[in-house]
Design a protein around this ligand. Structure first.
Ligand SMILES: [Zn+2]
Length: 79
C-alpha cells in the first residue's frame, strides 16, 4: 500500500466523503450505464468538496448526494 495523508479510505467502491459504500456499478465491474448515478444529478458544488486525489477515482454515494441536495449538508466519515 502506498502511503497517503488522507484519513479516508480511498477505494473505488467507497464514497470519498463519508467512507460508505457507494454501490458504484463501475467499481463492481458492471456497465457504467447501470450505475445509480446516471439517474441523479451530482451537483458540481458537491464534487468540489472532494479531495483532488479522489476526483475521477471514487464515486460519491447516493446518501451524500441526497443530503447535499435536500439539506445542503456534507455527510462526514464516521457520522
Ligand atoms: Zn457518501
Amino acid at each position: 500500500m502506498p502511503p497517503n495523508d488522507l484519513s479516508l479510505p480511498l477505494a473505488p467502491s467507497r464514497c470519498p466523503l463519508c467512507g460508505g459504500f457507494n454501490q458504484c456499478a463501475v467499481a463492481q465491474g458492471q456497465d457504467p450505464k447501470a450505475c445509480w448515478c446516471m439517474s441523479v444529478t451530482v451537483p458540481a458544488s458537491l464534487t468540489e468538496q472532494l479531495p483532488p486525489e479522489a476526483v475521477g477515482k471514487s464515486c460519491i454515494c447516493g446518501a451524500c448526494v441526497e443530503a447535499w441536495n435536500t439539506r445542503g449538508v456534507l455527510r462526514r466519515y464516521a457520522d
